[in-house]
Design a protein around this ligand. Structure first.
Ligand SMILES: Nc1nc2c(c(=O)[nH]1)N[C@H]1C(S)=C(S)[C@@H](COP(=O)(O)O)O[C@H]1N2
Ligand SMILES: [Mo]
Length: 389
């Protein structure tokens, strides 16, 4: 093993090991900054091969997450050569008229903008108990951005979906290492036809960067990040759900809760779609020592396809709860910033908790539903602080 200090001293290590298999490489627990990754700043490096970057919670303080702070989740190598002039998006399968569109063709189609909170299904996995394998994300495999591009439904209407077409499959241009199955997934045609499902070509007003899927990605709002395929090159309409590795066994939840630490019967699982209701405390940070003065407790809350209705804060370990103020900026599918001014009554240790509720009547639970891959972790968030003189 190479120590983190050696790694930082010798940035060429990244090049030297670029071909090595380090599936669980991760030293993000101490929230150290990642070495230079193009277009990214101050991120927690969860994995180098393949690149997984987490946003530290101190960046969770703007409604729109700037692209340099937006998390990255890659299952494979990003495409190393991608010529925008050569790039084509094919639409095939159960359609009357298959399409092959250039980037110029796409730009001629009316575009639509959606502000969406994109969250990795594995966000918070690092908090699951008992421990589950996988990238040990804590709070920051999530971000909120304005995506823009043609509606997926408009492309599908142009191609003419046949009655047999029930699912829409996405395939991107990631470079698949060795015999690993490619990142291919599908969504039901109803969600694909939703007027907010996009072929996004821009993020926060600028063309998508390579880390986020240039030149085009699917944007399936309110659903787990994995639904939003990057470097999109192929859309195929299928008569049944796609069943490759990333649909099955990947990204599934047990139909019924299973005992923590247990295993799920694959036949009694279903694909994950929408995100859970969740809030995260961005500040103060866990473990901080505060002066005995008023302090702003703040963070973000989101609920996938539902709307956040309230966020409540407890500063007495969950005995009493008070509503936080919700930020004025809001949009369907977008997180809501929230804030609560707190004056600690005495010098002591405190456990601060946040709990969101949504328009579907869901409330953040005390304990997240445990599952073997640690998906959709959404337990009430908590940070410990010490208040001193
Ligand atoms: N082609 C492709 N698309 C992909 C992935 C991938 O590995 N390859 N990762 C998915 C997962 S698991 C997530 S959470 C989101 C992350 O998007 P981001 O890297 O833009 O934040 O992209 C999704 N789209
Ligand atoms: Mo993800």
């Amino acid at each position: 093993m190479i120590s983190r200090r050696d790694f930082l001293k010798d940035a060429s290590w990244a090049l030297a090991t670029a071909g090595m298999v380090h599936p669980s490489l991760s030293w993000g627990a101490d929230q150290s900054a990642a070495p230079a990754v193009t277009g990214k700043q101050g991120m927690i490096l969860r994995s180098f091969r393949f690149l997984d970057l987490e946003m530290p919670t101190e960046f969770m303080n703007t409604w729109i997450t700037p692209v340099p702070h937006f998390f990255v989740r890659n299952h494979m190598f990003e495409p190393s050569t991608l010529d925008a002039a050569e790039w084509r998006l094919r639409v095939s399968g159960e359609v009357e008229k298959p399409l092959s569109l250039s980037l110029t063709d796409l730009r001629k189609i009316e575009s639509h903008s959606v502000i969406n909170t994109l969250e990795c299904a594995g966000n918070g996995r690092g908090f699951q108990s008992p421990h589950v394998p996988g990238i040990q994300w804590q709070r920051g495999a999530v971000g909120n951005a304005r995506f823009r591009g043609p509606r997926l439904g408009d492309l599908l209407r142009r191609a003419g979906v046949k009655p047999a077409g029930k699912y829409v499959m996405f395939h991107g241009l990631d470079e698949v290492p060795g015999k690993v199955p490619p990142f291919i997934r599908s969504i039901p045609v109803e969600k694909a036809m939703d007027s907010d499902s996009l072929i996004a070509t821009s993020m926060n007003g600028a063309p998508l960067t390579r880390h986020h899927g240039f030149p085009a990605r699917a944007l399936v709002p309110g659903w787990i990040g994995a639904a939003s395929c990057k470097w999109l090159s192929e859309i195929k309409v299928l008569d049944q759900e796609f069943e490759g590795n990333f649909m099955k066994p990947g990204y599934r939840m047990p139909d019924k809760p299973i005992e923590p630490g247990g295993s799920a019967n694959p036949d009694a699982t279903h694909p994950i779609t929408g995100l859970s209701v969740k809030s995260v405390i961005a500040g103060p940070k866990d473990g901080t020592t505060l002066k005995h003065a008023a302090v702003e407790i703040h963070g973000a809350a989101w609920a996938g396809e539902a709307d956040v209705t309230k966020v409540e804060i407890s500063t007495d370990s969950g005995v009493t709860w008070t509503r936080a103020q919700l930020g004025t900026e809001h949009a369907h599918y977008a997180w809501r910033l929230w804030s609560y001014w707190w004056k600690p009554s005495e010098r002591a240790d405190y456990l601060i908790m946040s709990r969101a509720s949504d328009s579907q009547g869901r409330m953040q639970p005390t304990t997240a539903v445990w599952n073997p891959s640690g998906y959709l972790y959404n337990a009430i968030d908590q940070v410990k602080v010490h208040v001193q003189a």
